[in-house]
Design a protein around this ligand. Structure first.
Ligand code: PLP
Length: 352
């Protein structure tokens, strides 16, 4: 067994990174002494209030362990089992949650929509809703948007408004998978309220794990009526943390003075630097506009293998066929980016 590359920073996933200092500090603070369990503690109240400040509204907030449970439990709360959930064909809820949305909703079907660059084409909503209107088709109930998308692009404010507007017209609720919501916010430089409830989003799965905390995502209901009995759903789904303060305290560290935005700004900037470096290599192609913290590239297969031999870890063909996904994290350095690009330049012969 070799541990030679164990602590090297990688581009395989933003989940490879550790915990940022701001989140770690409030975890340590929360560890001093006793606190009430199951969410009735001061840290959880404080974290929920900070989220209400961020969104400028009295939303309902629940902390769960991960993004899969945030998505599937919130979607289940919007649907009856005979309903359907519309999402992009690359959406995490379809491709990477092992059917959890269907499982937790007791059978609501996920229906797939197309669209370039990982973004739903609004005409596809119309197509899915009007494909059938009889009792034999699972009734469309929710539109799910991923912001930032699975391929590192970002829906503009106008795009979110348009999609949510179409959804409303067809009587659909709007769910947003915000595993990388912070990256989208800094990319667009818009107010979180504008990009969510003011645009028509009913519920946001607000991720922070990929942006520097250890564990714990927030389910944010802007339509508070939809949050009714969600606490029971969380408990039944195994998502009520007994020592809840360790899920919520890191949020206080991230939100109280803007660390969440600084870290996202940084990982986005590293992705831009990576893009610039990769554009200088003739045999490497960038697959999508680089708008958040991910860069998708096509690298010759032989070169990809040799990059792995040099100790670089990244996934190819997992999110999209034949493309390698390179993710930047809160702790990615310019040196990491330059070293990766330099190795790729050497192996592709770009230097000779
Ligand atoms: C990572 C991710 C999630 C959450 O995944 P978990 O591993 O369950 O925390 C959800 N949606 C998207 C788009 C993601 O990239």
């Amino acid at each position: 067994m070799s541990f030679a590359n164990q602590s090297r920073r990688q581009f395989a996933s933003d989940n490879y990174a550790g915990v940022c200092p701001e989140a770690w500090a409030t975890m340590t603070e929360a560890n001093a002494g006793h606190e009430v369990g199951y969410g009735d503690d001061t840290w959880t109240a404080k974290a929920a209030n900070l989220i209400r400040d961020v969104f400028e509204t009295k939303c309902e907030v629940f902390f769960v362990f991960n993004g899969t449970s945030a998505n599937s439990l919130s979607l289940a709360s919007l649907c009856q089992p005979y309903h359907s959930i519309l999402c992009h064909e690359l959406a995490h809820v379809e491709t990477a949650e092992c059917g959890a949305p269907e499982f937790f909703s007791n059978g609501s079907k996920v229906l797939l929509l197309g669209g370039a660059n990982g973004k739903i084409n609004p005409a596809e909503i119309d197509r899915a809703v009007h494909k059938r209107d009889d009792i034999h088709y699972p009734k469309p109930r929710v539109l799910s948007l991923t912001q930032a998308t699975e391929v590192g692009t970002v829906y503009s404010l106008a795009e979110v408004r348009e999609l949510a507007g179409v959804a409303r017209r067809f009587g659909l609720r709007v769910h947003m998978d915000g595993a990388r919501f912070a990256n989208a916010i800094v990319a667009l430089n818009v107010a979180p309220a504008d990009l969510t409830w003011r645009a028509g989003v009913d519920v946001l799965c607000f991720g922070m794990t990929k942006n520097g905390i250890a564990v714990g995502e927030a389910v944010v209901f802007f339509d508070r009526e939809l949050a009714r009995e969600f606490d029971y759903r969380c408990k039944q789904g195994g998502q009520l943390a007994s020592k809840m303060r360790f899920l919520s305290a890191p949020w206080v560290g991230m939100l109280k003075d803007g660390a969440w935005l600084r870290h996202a700004q940084h990982s986005n900037a590293m992705a831009k630097r990576l893009e610039t470096g990769l554009r200088g290599i003739p045999s490497v192609q960038i697959a999508y506009p680089v708008e958040s913290n991910g860069v998708f590239v096509r690298i010759p297969t032989a070169v990809e293998k040799r990059m792995h031999e040099r100790g670089w870890k990244f996934y190819t063909g997992v999110v999209t066929p034949d493309e390698s996904r390179l993710m930047c994290s809160w702790d990615t350095t310019a040196g990491d980016v330059d070293a990766f690009v330099q190795d790729l330049r050497e192996l592709t012969g770009a230097n000779s």
